[in-house]
Write a protein of this length. Structure first.
Length: 123
């Protein structure tokens, strides 16, 4: 038999808003430490799905988007401070800060819990 709507295709659901999509974004951010462009891809996907998932996953999208922008700000400030040698410490601190936020978010997502305070600048 033929498909009544031949223009639709089945997806793996990882691009649709929800828990699996948020996990993909966390992984893209982590891979971003090696291949930087994947973090940007994760940011785009997070913006595309923010406001569509509902429930506890919404806090993860906010957390991920803010993690990207705040880490970019910290990285730029650290890059400017490299001239006085403290920038290297700032870059390492930023990387650790991002890793802690990503691990904390992944753990909460694995427990089907929202991020406690997704608007914080801290951890």
């Amino acid at each position: 038999m033929s498909d009544p709507n031949p223009n639709t295709r089945e997806t793996d659901k990882w691009l649709e808003p929800g828990k699996t999509n948020a996990q993909v974004i966390y992984i893209l951010y982590l891979v971003g430490f090696i291949v930087g462009i994947t973090a940007l891809a994760g940011l785009v996907i997070a913006y595309m799905n923010r406001g569509k998932a509902g429930g506890f996953v919404e806090t993860h999208y906010t957390w991920l988007i803010r993690t990207f922008w705040i880490s970019l700000l910290f990285s730029l400030v650290s890059a400017l401070l490299i001239v006085v040698a403290i920038g290297f410490v700032g870059m390492i601190a930023t990387a650790v800060w991002v890793l802690v936020r990503l691990v904390k978010g992944l753990q909460a997502l694995g427990r089907n819990e929202p991020v406690a305070n997704p608007l914080t600048w801290w951890i």
